[in-house]
Every structure is written in structure tokens, then in C-alpha cells.
Write a protein that binds this ligand. Structure first.
Ligand code: F6R
Length: 595
């Protein structure tokens, strides 16, 4: 959701801002804009739709000369995606961009801004008018910004420029991500490191309710009381090539095929000197002191949590339950005496998960965040972090982070076990089987043509952990190909949903668990006799002659990691055949920073 970039230095700012915004496209947006400034004049450029439109409109910023600017990709929350509503928003003196939602905007308008004329439907415009007013009263920009932080309720990352001081960018942060990038003769800000990595790999965090004052050669961070704080910089471990598609037509395909590599990287990153897979002793100690684990996540991460829950129960013998964050926060079950919370979040920024984290921390409970982004909000605010090491995931539809989440949960579960398995051997086998699936992608392309080219709906069925894969398979195909899909526990179908099966309805069945093989095959017969067109995905040792996709054998426990690949490929090719925007599906955002 919404992306922010800012630059101050010696170079033409516009192309740097546009390049930075292109690296934030993956977050999801529906309009974009930049503001560049020089000699007391601020130029605004905005366009609705793809960033491409803004790039065309500004000719890539090539002819501009301004060396300070801020840019924004907007995912509409207040008001439609129009040019008027696109950021930056300006008042007389200040111009700003905003990521987040101001919850008390109506109250602020009423209390402070009676009679002020607004040009947009956004909550953001309230901030710029408020700043204008406070600067007049407080006589100092820093004091006015501190004042603003005290007044605003909700989430806000802000980049601000001031017509009367063209040598400074102000950055403000609360609950929405924002980093400062340190350069040589320039400085930047961005919603994440990827927006700046082509220019610098050195960053400063800004914590919630802090702000930064940034010039070409200096970065100063202040608390909401305008008191200066000292902060160490850190280096981001992002390879610039990880943010490019290379020879792949889409990031999603690239990321699907990176999965064997990611599994091997996880094995390497979690190995000790003797080559054993290990987890930080403090994490193990805190979990062992608990009597129940609560896994909290959203979407794909929740689906990984369901598989992780079985790993923890089977290997570590600790009762574990997975919950959807947005439900848990308002409908909390009766907690056990000594709960431990695991938050799973690729981005580490998901507002729904964070709302739970804040609540359980207030209650005094310990927690661990499993995330792909070191230094992300959920990572910083938890007691412990385990990193996914999946590398940047740019396609909106999660693929490699999902399998990485399951693999890291397996590492954790095994480390908690009194009777650990040879996980290294099992994960190595899993990576090899994943590779053989990647070598067979044409099969998935052909099957997608046969099953998904024109259908309006489809069903995924399976039992046990296959059911969890069905939930993710349905989400994957829905989000990128817009086919209405349902993931179903195969045994539940006859209790109602089978009424939807008609001639040629596609039903994809997953069969990777021996104990339920025959049961699922009976359910296949039931849907087939009602006209369904069935595609079966099975593990080799329990496969039948007619199964269209047969996956090389792995321990059943790790079948979800390998069966993830065919379902991801099927969704990818379904979207390709139907001409959808695979990496940036409509209405979706990669990093969901509002509740
Ligand atoms: C779907 C997808 C989403 C995310 C969800 C949570 O492909 O990626 O369902 O899993 O929005 O995001 P994170 O994992 O960043 O908390």
C-alpha cells in the first residue's frame, strides 16, 4: 500500500524519484505523483493508473533540473483514485505525501480547520493544512511537526518539503514504514530499502512517533518532543539484481523458481558450525516455558501457519492453533495460562497482525515474529525474530515467502522437539523435488489451458495438510486470475458445497497423505459423477495411473512445500492465459498497512 520516496542531493531528483517509485510498485497503488522543488517553486506532477502514465507525462523527469523532491504511489482509501486525490498535496507553504490513515481527520477538520478550502477527498490534506496552521502558531517547523505528531491518530508516514527552505526534507513516521537512506552528497527516504538500494545500502530507522530532518549532508532524528536521538545506521542485505526480473517475463515466475534456492539458503542460514539446524536458545527457552502457541497471521501467511501448527504439534508436542489476525484482535479466545505468540508476516508490516501484537504485548505475553524483512515493524516490536531469507518478494502474490514460512516453521518445530528428525536431509530432498517440478513447467501450462482458460469458478479439495494447500491454492488463483475459487476439506464437500458442481466444473484434488488417500479418491468419484472435470496432484508413492501431476517422493510432512509449486504454476498460467496483470493484480497491495 502507498509508497514514499524522497531525494535531496546534487542530481536531478525526478528520475531518481520515478525509479524509486518503480521499486515500490509491488506494494500496490492506483495513482502516482511527484513534487520537485527549486528556487522557492514547487512543481506537482500526478497521473492516475500505472506509474508508466506519470513517467510518460513527465518524460521520465529527464528535462527537469530540481535537486529536491518527494514522490508517492497511492492506494486509495479516502476518495477515488483521481489526479486530485493523488499525492503530493500542497497548501500555501508545505507539500507532503502520506502513507497510512488518519483516524481522527473529521475531528481535526472540525476543531482546527473550520473554513479551510480542501481540494481533495483525502485525509492527507488535513495534515498539510494543519501543518500550515501550526507553523504559523508555533513559529518553528520542528515544533509544529512535533505538535502534528501529538494531534494525529492513526498510521502515518510522511515526507514533507517546505517552499521557504529548499534544503530540507522532513520525514515523519507512526505505524507505517519509512526509512532514511544515507548517501555521499545526497540523502533519501523511502517506504523500504528497495526504493533506495540502487543509490545506497546504508539506512537509518525512524521509530514510531519520531521525525527526521534531512539535508544533503545531514540526517537528524527527533522524538515527538523534538528531542534529538542518536541512532546507528544499518546495511541492508539486498542484492540489486533481486529487485529485477532478469530474463523472466514476470516476478511471480522468477519467485516460484527461486524456491529450491530459498530452501537451501534457509538450511545454510540456520546451520551451526557443525552443520546442525539450530534456533536461538532464547526463543526455545521462551516457547518451552509456555503451555500453548498461538499463531497469528493473514492470507497466505495464515495458510503457512496452519501447516506450521501441525509441525509444532507433531514434532514439539506443544498445543498450537492458528488464527486470522483481523478476527483474533476483536474476538480473542480464552487464552491459556502461559501463551506464546508467533506472528508470521512476509512484509512484517501488516496492520492486522500488528494490532494483535500490540494487544498481547500490553497483556505481557512473549512473542516471536517470522518475517522476510529484518527491521520491519513486527520484527522490531516482538521479543524475538526469525528471518525467512527468501530475498525480496516483488510479485503481489506470495510464493517463495510462503514455502519459506513453512520451512522456517519446520526448523523451529524440530529445534523444539525432544526427538528431532534429520531435517537437513528432508529439506535437501524437498529442494531437489521442487527443482524437478520447475523443470516441468510446460505441463502446468498445458493443464492450465485445459482447466482454467475460460472457467468462471473452480474448487480445490484435499484432506489434512492437503486441505491447507487447497486454501492457499484457491487464494492464489483468485488473486491473480480473478477466477472464483474455493479451497475445501474434501470430506466437507458433500455437506453442502457439492451442490455447486456442474458439468465441467474444474476440481483440483491434492493427495499427498497416505492415511487419507482413499477417502479423497472417493470424494473425487463423487464430484466426477456430477460432471466435474478433475485434475489430480499426488505424491508418487500413492499416485494412481490417471493422476495428471505426480510429485517426486518426500516425507509426507513436507508435501505442502512441494505441492505448493504445481498450484502456484497453475495459478500463474491461468492468469497468463486470461491476460491478467500477474505481478500487480487489481485492487491488491503487497504490504497491507491499514486494518
Ligand atoms: C497473498 C498474500 C497475502 C499476504 C497477506 C499478509 O498472495 O501475499 O495474502 O499473505 O496480506 O501479508 P504479510 O505476510 O506481509 O503479513
Amino acid at each position: 500500500m502507498c509508497g514514499i520516496v524522497g531525494y535531496i542531493g546534487d542530481k536531478n531528483a525526478a528520475p531518481i524519484l520515478l525509479e524509486g517509485l518503480s521499486k515500490l510498485e509491488y506494494r500496490g497503488y492506483d495513482s502516482a505523483g511527484i513534487a520537485v522543488a527549486e528556487n522557492g517553486k514547487v512543481q506537482l506532477h500526478k497521473a492516475v493508473g500505472k506509474l508508466e502514465n506519470l513517467i510518460k507525462k513527465t518524460d521520465g523527469g529527464k528535462k527537469m533540473t530540481e535537486t529536491i523532491g518527494i514522490g508517492h504511489t497511492r492506494w486509495a482509501t479516502h476518495g477515488k483514485p483521481t489526479e486530485n486525490n493523488a499525492h503530493p498535496h500542497a497548501a500555501n507553504r508545505f507539500t507532503l505525501v502520506h502513507n497510512g490513515i488518519i483516524e481522527n481527520e473529521a475531528a481535526l477538520r472540525k476543531h482546527y480547520l473550520e473554513g479551510v478550502k480542501f481540494n481533495s477527498d483525502t485525509d492527507t490534506e488535513v495534515i498539510v493544512h494543519l501543518l500550515e496552521k501550526f507553523v504559523k502558531e508555533d513559529k518553528d517547523v520542528k515544533v509544529a511537526i512535533a505538535h502534528i505528531i501529538g494531534e494525529l491518530e492513526g498510521s502515518f508516514a510522511l515526507a514533507i518539503i517546505d517552499k521557504e527552505d529548499m534544503n530540507t526534507i522532513y520525514a515523519v513516521k507512526n505505524k507505517s514504514p519509512l526509512l532514511v537512506g544515507k548517501g555521499d552528497g545526497f540523502n533519501m527516504i523511502g517506504s523500504d530499502a528497495m526504493a533506495m538500494i540502487a543509490n545506497t545500502d546504508t539506512f537509518y530507522e525512524i521509530h514510531d512517533k519520531e521525525f527526521a530532518v534531512i539535508t544533503r549532508d545531514s540526517i537528524e532524528i527527533f522524538t515527538s518532543y523534538a528531542k534529538k536521538v542518536e541512532r546507528d545506521s544499518f546495511h541492508a542485505e539486498i542484492d540489486v539484481s533481486d529487485t529485477e526480473k532478469g530474463t523472466y517475463p514476470h516476478f511471480m515466475l522468477k519467485e516460484i523458481e527461486e524456491q529450491p534456492l530459498v530452501i537451501r539458503r534457509i538450511m545454510q542460514q540456520y546451520s551451526d558450525e557443525d552443520g546442525n539446524l539450530v534456533v536461538d536458545k532464547d526463543i526455545i527457552k521462551d516457547i518451552k516455558a509456555s503451555d500453548r502457541i498461538y499463531i497469528i497471521a493473514c492470507g497466505t501467511s495464515y495458510h503457512a501457519g496452519l501447516v506450521g501448527q501441525t509441525y509444532i504439534e507433531q514434532l514439539a508436542k506443544i498445543p498450537t492453533m492458528s488464527y486470522i489476525a483481523s478476527e483474533f484482535v476483536h474476538n480473542m479466545p480464552l487464552l491459556s495460562k502461559k501463551p506464546f505468540f508467533i506472528f508470521i508476516s512476509q512484509s512484517g508490516e501488516t496492520a492486522d497482525s500488528r494490532a494483535v501484537l500490540v494487544k498481547v504485548k500490553e497483556m505481557g505475553h512473549k512473542c516471536l515474529t517470522i518475517t522476510n524483512v529484518k527491521g520491519s515493524t513486527l520484527s522490531r516490536e516482538a521479543d524475538h525474530t526469525m528471518i525467512l531469507h527468501a530475498g525480496p518478494e516483488i510479485a503481489v502474490a506470495s510464493t517463495k515467502a510462503y514455502t519459506a514460512q513453512m520451512a522456517v516453521l519446520a526448523v523451529l518445530a524440530n529445534a523444539l522437539s525432544d526427538n528431532p528428525m534429520n531435517l537437513k536431509y528432508e529439506l535437501a530432498k524437498t529442494a531437489t523435488v521442487m527443482e524437478s517440478l520447475c523443470n516441468n513447467r510446460e505441463l502446468f501450462h498445458e493443464l492450465s489451458k485445459e482447466f482454467f482458460a475460460t472457467t468462471r469458478n473452480c474448487f480445490y479439495i484435499g484432506r489434512s495438510t492437503d486441505y491447507y494447500i487447497c486454501l492457499e491454492a484457491a487464494l492464489k488463483i483468485k488473486e491473480i486470475s480473478y477466477i472464483q475459487a474455493e479451497g475445501f476439506a474434501a470430506g466437507e464437500l458433500k455437506h453442502g458445497t457439492i451442490a455447486l458442481i456442474e458439468k465441467d466444473t474444474p476440481v483440483v484434488a491434492f493427495i499427498t497423505r497416505e492415511a487419507v488417500n482413499l477417502n479423497t479418491r472417493s470424494n473425487i468419484k463423487e464430484v466426477r459423477s456430477r460432471g466435474a472435470k478433475v485434475l489430480t496432484i499426488s505424491l508418487k508413492r500413492i499416485s494412481a495411473h490417471s493422476d495428471q501431476i505426480v510429485i517426486g517422493d518426500v516425507d509426507e510432512m513436507f508435501a505442502p512445500l512441494v505441492s505448493a509449486l504445481p498450484m502456484q504454476y497453475l495459478a500463474y498460467y491461468a492468469a497468463l492465459i486470461r491476460g491478467c496483470d500477474i505481478d500487480k493484480p487489481r485492487n491488491l497491495a503487497k504490504s497491507v498497512t491499514v486494518e
